[in-house]
Design a binder for this molecule. Structure first.
Ligand code: DMJ
Length: 643
């Protein structure tokens, strides 16, 4: 006969206890429960007794047992000046002390032990009277207390620092009704992306809009750090979605915890989390964002513990152990990763008064400055143990891109005082123009990649950000070549628009070629996808700000419509696998940068220029705006952070 399973104490089923319950068939489950309860009670009383005895009886290895009547006795609280040796509140004296006092003391100790055992037994009985839920609730309360204590310790107030000039945090509402309508459409798309993430992916890093559940990738490790919430905050704020912003803030305040055993990408966490939190802090003034940014930055610092000070690509937030990506050339760190920390780290030093962050990124810069560069180009790989370059690949797209961007932006963010950064940018751009930028047969300007001693005539979607970068860096360029760089920016914008226009979905592929009769078109199947990336729209926006040529708004609107038509699903927005196929298949990922960047740049494209003016704000590589620091000189010595 099979024994039916016992009723579980909670949701989990317990295996049956063989206590001969067949004699009471109707009460089998209840009887077994109470029998088990009694057994538990006896067992716990016994354990308590043993535990008490073990604890309260004197250690025979150190003290001679007084009930054996040997030469030494234990007398509590006697003046040590009499020459006795103190052993945890007792003194050892020689022979000849009063027998009677000895017995009294023995009796007193026995009574104490007895009373303590009684008390422990009572407490155990009381505990067992409570339900499992009550006990669990008590444990939880204790846990919460500990967490609160830790939080208090972590949230030490930071020193007060004068805030930089925060100009242009306004609605930026355009007067033109047509533009207003377009802007509202972008806002509605943001709401759709956010609401669905909120409903199906809340607290997860990203959303799977078709499966309608959370999603994550290895860049965030194995933890749920709410990447979409942090990345989206400033976009919500700029768009005036204040209820949503508050929801995000509340989640961050209560749940964003960095003491997790999780190995994350230093670069991604820096640009999305630290950048996102700092921007949210400057826009809203809410201290919680600053405090979280600083806590997180502290967790990234161990990544810099390498022989050269070039950080590892990944770090375990709990243990501080770092390592590099297995796929990177000869254990190298990646230029675009260790070279994209400057903006955030300078702000961290500014806000905390602690130069540690500034020193880390300046050390990287100094090291790079000293190194030989093949053809004046920076290779994508650098070994953090040896300080030598890995493979000589150079790219303005993936693996290289934001390093160049941050040289320019370091200069802009320092109120153009950091001329060393500007010089490095100018030198790098000159080498790039000479060796990587070409015109296709059809007249399209493109930026190729340097690989194994020759130029690969292929451009990535990621590389399209460079149009905006050239335009942004035009003013202040060497030999007053402002016009030239603005023109270069316009040509890159045009090429990237072509890469969109030559597809069925009017969305750009991941990479496109300029070779063998092919112009701005992806050839390989695995380069035909569009994953909601921002770079082309980013360039349209910069070009719009610097030229006000209406074609950029037009191109931005084309992209908005294409995204809404082909990437929108009822559960959010998804990337598509093949932009050349008129019936899209989805990758089922709503990337956090879609909310941080793509929708923000579109919204700004249809806003007035006085919303976050570029003279006062510098956007990090994840489109998080950070204010210009109007400081006295390049070493920032005028700031409390560096005194
Ligand atoms: C973003 O996370 C950042 O823009 C980064 O610099 C490069 N790629 C993604 C978006 O495509």
């Amino acid at each position: 006969m099979t024994t039916p399973a016992l009723l579980p104490l909670s949701g989990r089923r317990l295996p049956p206890l063989n206590l001969g319950a067949s004699a009471f068939p109707h009460h089998r489950a209840t009887l077994r429960l109470s029998e088990k309860f009694i057994l538990l009670l006896i067992l716990s009383a016994f354990i308590t007794l043993c535990f008490g005895a073990f604890f309260f009886l004197p250690d025979s290895s150190k003290h001679k047992r007084f009930d054996l009547g040997l030469e030494d006795v234990l007398i509590p609280h006697v003046d040590t000046s009499k020459g006795g040796k103190n052993l945890g509140g007792f003194l050892i004296h020689g022979q000849g002390h009063d027998e009677h006092r000895h017995r009294e003391e023995e009796e007193r100790l026995r009574n104490k032990i007895r009373a303590d055992h009684e008390k422990a037994l009572e407490e155990a009985k009381e505990k067992l009277k409570k339900s499992r839920d009550e006990i669990q609730a008590e444990i939880q309360t204790e846990k919460n207390k500990v967490v609160q204590e830790l939080k208090k310790k972590d949230s030490k107030p930071l020193p007060p620092v004068p805030l930089p000039n925060l100009i242009g945090i306004n609605s930026g509402e355009p007067a033109d009704p047509d533009i207003r309508e377009k802007r509202n459409k972008v806002k509605e798309m943001m709401k759709h992306a956010w609401d669905n993430y909120r409903q199906y992916g809340w607290g997860h890093n990203e959303l799977k809009p078709i499966a309608r559940k959370g999603h994550s990738t290895n860049i965030f490790g194995n933890s749920q750090m709410g990447a979409t919430i942090v990345d989206a905050l400033d976009t919500l704020y700029i768009m005036g979605l204040h209820d949503e912003f508050r929801e995000g803030q509340e989640w961050i305040d209560k749940n964003l915890d960095f003491s997790v055993n999780s190995e994350v990408s230093v670069f991604e966490v820096n640009i999305r989390f630290i950048g996102g939190l700092l921007a949210a802090y400057y826009l809203s003034g809410q201290e919680v964002f600053k405090i979280k940014a600083v806590q997180l930055a502290g967790k990234l610092l161990p990544a810099f513990n390498t022989p050269t000070g070039i950080p590892w690509a990944m770090v375990n937030l709990k243990s501080g152990v770092g390592r590099n990506w297995g796929w990177a050339s000869a254990g190298s760190s990646i230029l675009a990763e260790f070279g994209t920390l400057h903006m955030e780290f300078v702000h961290l030093s500014y806000l905390t008064g602690d130069p540690v962050y500034y020193n880390k990124v300046m050390h990287i810069r100094k090291l790079l400055q000293k190194m030989d560069r093949p053809n004046g180009l920076y290779p994508n790989y650098l070994n953090p143990r040896t300080g030598r370059w890995g493979q000589h690949h150079t790219s303005v797209g993936g693996l290289g891109d934001s390093f160049y961007e941050y040289l320019l932006k370091a200069w802009l963010m320092s109120d153009k005082m950091d001329t060393e950064a500007r010089k490095m940018y100018d030198d790098a751009i000159e080498a790039i123009e000479k060796h990587l930028i070409r015109k296709s047969n059809g007249g399209l300007t493109f930026i190729g990649e340097w690989k194994n001693g020759h130029l690969e005539r292929k451009m990535g979607h990621l590389t399209c950000f460079a149009g905006g970068m050239f335009a942004l860096g035009a003013d202040g360029s060497r030999d007053d070549k402002a016009g030239h760089y603005l023109q270069l920016g316009a040509e890159i914008a045009h090429t990237c628009h072509e890469s969109y226009d030559r597809t069925a979905l009017k969305l750009g592929p991941e990479a496109f070629k300029f070779d063998g009769g092919v112009e701005a078109v992806a050839v390989r199947q695995n380069e035909k996808y569009y994953i909601l990336r921002p770079e082309v729209i980013e360039t349209y926006w910069y070009m719009w700000r610097f030229t006000h040529d209406p074609k950029y708004r037009q191109w931005g609107w084309e992209a908005t419509q294409a995204i809404d038509k082909y990437c929108r699903v009822s559960g959010g927005f998804s990337g598509v696998k093949d932009v050349y196929s008129s019936s899209p298949t989805y990758d089922d990922v709503q990337q956090s940068f879609f909310l941080a960047e793509t929708l923000k740049y579109l919204y700004l494209l249809f806003s007035n220029d006085d919303l976050l003016p570029l003279d006062n704000w510098v956007f990090n590589t994840e489109a998080h705006p950070l204010p210009v620091l109007h400081l006295a000189n390049t070493t920032l010595s005028g700031n409390p952070a560096y005194r």
